[in-house]
Design a protein around this ligand. Structure first.
Ligand code: CA2
Length: 149
C-alpha cells in the first residue's frame, strides 16, 4: 500500500474523450490510466485507478485508503461542488491529496465551476493542464513519498 498511489475519478469522467474535446481533450480515461501507470512505474510505484458516478463508492474508496498510501490523486469532477461526505473522507486520510482538474476551473464560463469545496483539504491542486495534470500529480507524489503533508 505504501507504494501505491490511488487515482480517483468522479462522475461522468468515464466518458472522457467522447464530448467537449475543446475543453477536456481527446484522451480517454483508459489512456489517462496508462499515463499514470507509466509515470508511477518509472518511480517504482503502483497505481490503483478508479472511476465512479456514485458518491458512496468514492467515500468508501477514500476510507479504505485512509492509511498507508503514497498519496491520492483525485479529479472529483461534479463532486467538487457539493459532495461534503467526500470532503469529510478526504480529511481522514494520512497521505497527501492532489486535486486535479483537466480544465482550468478558474477560467470557465460558469463561475460556480471555480468553487471546488475539495481544495480546502487538498495538499495541492493542478487545474488546466489537460490530462498531463494527472501525470504531474503522480510525479509529485513519487517525489515526496517519504514525507507527510
Ligand atoms: O476539468 C475537470 O477535470 C472537471 O473536474 C471535469 C468535471 C467538471 O464538472 C469540473 O467542473 C471540471 C466533469 C465534466 C463533465 O464530464 C465530462 C466527461 C467527459 C467529457 C466531457 C465532460
Amino acid at each position: 500500500m505504501a507504494d501505491t498511489i490511488l487515482v480517483l475519478n468522479g462522475p461522468n469522467l468515464n466518458l472522457l474523450g467522447e464530448r467537449e474535446p475543446e475543453i477536456y481533450g481527446r484522451e480517454t480515461l483508459a489512456e489517462v490510466e496508462a499515463l499514470c501507470r507509466r509515470e508511477a512505474e518509472a518511480a517504482g510505484l503502483a497505481i490503483d485507478f478508479r472511476q465512479t458516478n456514485a458518491e458512496h463508492d468514492m467515500v468508501e474508496w477514500i476510507q479504505q485508503g485512509r492509511k498507508g498510501l503514497a498519496g491520492i490523486v483525485i479529479n472529483p469532477a461534479g463532486f467538487s461542488y457539493a459532495a461534503y461526505p467526500v470532503l469529510d473522507a478526504l480529511k481522514l486520510v494520512d497521505c497527501p491529496v492532489i486535486e486535479v482538474h483537466i480544465s482550468n476551473i478558474h477560467r470557465r464560463e460558469a463561475a460556480w465551476r471555480a468553487k471546488s469545496i475539495m481544495t480546502q483539504v487538498a495538499t495541492g491542486i493542478i487545474s488546466g493542464l489537460g490530462v498531463n495534470g494527472y501525470a504531474l500529480a503522480v510525479r509529485h507524489l513519487a517525489s515526496v513519498r517519504q514525507g507527510t503533508r
